[in-house]
Design a protein around this ligand. Structure first.
Ligand code: SF4
Ligand code: SF4
Length: 255
């Protein structure tokens, strides 16, 4: 199975992910009952988790005008495409794969499988004070993809020595509704209800011109490599036809 794992890792990295790791599905103790990998698919033996660097523009653009939400959506389509390529790779080797999509709780917007928890279990990152996953490479500026498989792949270790929030309170001080507490260990100091309530109010009051908040995401100082790497910056252009040829080629190469 080492060969198979190496094959999956190579495939996902070739497709544009900067990191891929494996979680053991029998972990996930902190998942809501009904939202564990074995609740979704009882034959799951490994949880494949990968990360795509999305750049600062990902959320900063969402603060400007609603049309730039398209960038967020395109990045999700790109992520979904990689997930399906992984499933196809496994099926070609007579293995099965399930992509965990959809909501477990429609009203509270709770997903069937928490991608953040999967990333934590696989050691891709740790929870930050603001409830999102912080990675050593790019801080929170990562889009996560997950594939469940019945292949038995060697699980990776959780990150034990990475503690990005120990001497930082930047998101605590910048969160408009005070949804992040400095007095509790991450992520228990994050109030999802307060954060989501604020964003909903923002959308209503600004007639959806500002669609998300994202201060915690944009201001997090973790992640040294992001400044050197060009991110996906479609929001600079009004339409796809405005894209210069070089950018278009870059987009096609990534998608
Ligand atoms: S801004 Fe600071 S406290 Fe907040 S998640 Fe990032 S490292 Fe942690
Ligand atoms: S998205 Fe905004 S409201 Fe929610 S935790 Fe981050 S800074 Fe606070």
């Amino acid at each position: 199975m080492v060969e198979l794992k190496n094959g999956v890792v190579q495939l996902v990295k070739d497709l544009g992910a900067y990191e891929i790791r494996i979680a053991d599905p029998s972990g996930f103790e902190n998942a809501i009952p009904g939202c564990r990998p074995h609740d979704i698919w009882k034959h799951c033996n490994s949880v494949i988790v990968f990360g795509l660097f999305v750049g600062l523009d990902y959320y900063r653009s969402l603060q400007l005008e609603r049309k730039t939400v398209g960038e967020n959506r395109i990045m999700h389509i790109f992520r979904d495409w990689i997930q399906y390529k992984v499933a196809e790779f496994l099926q070609e080797r007579r293995l099965n794969a399930v992509i965990p999509t959809g909501l477990f709780d429609q009203e509270r917007l709770i997903h069937r499988l928490s991608l953040k928890l999967a990333a934590y279990e696989a050691g891709l990152g740790v929870y930050g004070r603001c409830g999102i996953i912080i990675t050593p490479e790019y801080g929170p500026r990562v889009n996560l993809g997950v594939v469940l498989t019945n292949a038995r792949l060697e699980p990776d270790q959780k990150l034990r020595k990475f503690n990005p929030c120990r001497n930082c309170q930047r998101c605590v001080n910048s969160c408009p509704p005070g949804a992040i507490s400095e007095h509790r260990n991450p992520p228990t100091g994050y109030s999802r209800d307060r954060c989501v309530g604020f964003i909903q109010k923002l959308r209503e009051e600004l007639c959806n011109k500002q669609f998300l908040c994202g201060y915690c995401y944009n201001l997090c100082p973790i992640g040294k490599k992001w400044a050197d790497k060009p991110a996906f910056q479609l929001s600079r252009y009004e339409t796809l036809s405005d894209l210069p040829a070089r950018e278009r080629k870059h987009l096609i190469m990534r998608c």
